[in-house]
Design a protein around this ligand. Structure first.
Ligand code: DAH
Length: 344
């Protein structure tokens, strides 16, 4: 055994290389899990107790010799690699790495939130799976009333034979939750995803995003609604953007209106986007119907309020001209990386 060790030790001492593969072969030969040192330690187990003392020491020193040699050579190789190895061109540009970008809908949502926060609105959220009460009944949609068909609903559960649990069709349900659980005044915006049972196409999708707004206090008037939304539009689309209100109908507001803005693409002179009318609709709004306030336990003689709701995809489209709604949910990075906050 001593002879063998002496021979190997001489081999190790004489060993030198600048090549990574040769050094690796050296490591495997001596220090590997099936290497010479492992074998010697196996052999060591079989020697008598007398020899064990001397060989134990010899063997350990031998192992240290191999390890030191290996570490030294590795060290020199590493430093040579970084300075002078001809295979390595340190002047080459590094690998690029991809910086993520915000989804256009996130940009729009953040922008809307920012504007309303500056007006003192808080942000609230509610569940996407809703019951009939919060999505419809409390919002003054009478049972069997045709207004329920304004929104094609994904019902997911019946209660006593009646459709009860659904994927919310609008974020107006969050208004109800907010008013039920608090006391006026309320000043909140409520962004979130909504669902409708629609065939998916360039112009319709079975899910999309809305932002709801609610302002309830004493003496809130339609003038407050108009001024708030007017300010919002100036901030979002720039000073000088015109607005107009058209009478409309929603069960939960009375009176109700739809708001148009002067076309954000052509400025009102007429283009594809506004169908050459100069105006584009961006949201529905109105004074909260007293029935809704009462349904939520709020005294409608003392309090009044306004509400509004808008589609985020629509708002994004009027910024970025996105012709196909499906792009918003396909997560094609070629689409997504085109948007920056500055574009908004
Ligand atoms: N919930 C309506 C929809 O999804 C949008 C809406 C209209 C919300 C008028 C409102 C409102 O709060 O006052 O079509």
């Amino acid at each position: 055994m001593q002879n063998k060790i002496d021979q190997y030790a001489a081999e190790i001492k004489a060993f030198a290389t600048a090549k990574a593969d040769e050094l690796e072969a050296f490591r495997i030969k001596f220090l590997g899990t099936k290497g010479i040192i492992k074998d010697l330690f196996e052999e060591f187990k079989t020697v008598g107790p007398e020899e064990k003392r001397t060989f134990g020491k010899v063997l350990n020193e031998f192992k240290k010799l191999a390890e030191t040699k290996y570490n030294e050579l590795k060290e020199t190789q590493n430093s040579e690699l970084t300075t002078q190895n001809s295979d390595l061109d340190l002047t080459l540009p590094g690998d690029g790495f991809n910086v993520g970008s915000r989804h256009p809908l996130s940009l729009v949502r953040n922008e809307i939130i920012d504007i309303f926060k500056r007006l003192g609105f808080v942000v609230a959220e509610g569940p996407e799976i809703e019951d009939d009460w919060h999505n419809f009944s409390a919002l003054n949609f009478p049972e069997e009333h045709p207004a329920r068909d304004m929104q094609d609903t994904f019902f997911i559960k019946k209660n006593n034979g009646k459709d009860d649990i659904a994927l919310r069709t609008h974020t107006s349900s969050v208004q109800v939750r907010m008013m039920e659980h608090g006391k006026p005044p309320f000043r909140a915006i409520m962004p979130g995803r909504v669902y409708r049972n629609e065939a998916i196409s360039a112009r319709a999708h079975c899910f999309f995003h809305q932002v709801e707004g609610l302002y309830v206090d004493e003496n809130v008037s339609f003038a407050d609604l108009k001024q708030t939304l007017y300010h919002f539009v100036q901030e979002l689309y720039g000073e000088g953007t015109k607005v107009r209100f058209r009478p409309s109908y929603f069960p939960f507001t009375e009176p109700s209106a739809e708001m148009d803005v002067s076309c954000t693409i052509c400025g009102g002179s007429g283009c594809n986007m506004c169908k050459y009318s100069g105006w584009v609709e961006i949201l529905g709004c109105g004074m909260v119907d007293p029935n809704v306030l009462e349904n939520c336990g709020i005294d409608s003689n003392k309090f009044t309020g306004f509400a509004f709701g808008m589609g985020m995809e629509r708002i994004a489209n009027l910024k970025y001209v996105i012709r196909d709604l499906r792009l918003f949910s396909e997560n094609d990075s070629r689409f997504l990386k085109q948007f920056t906050a500055e574009m908004l």
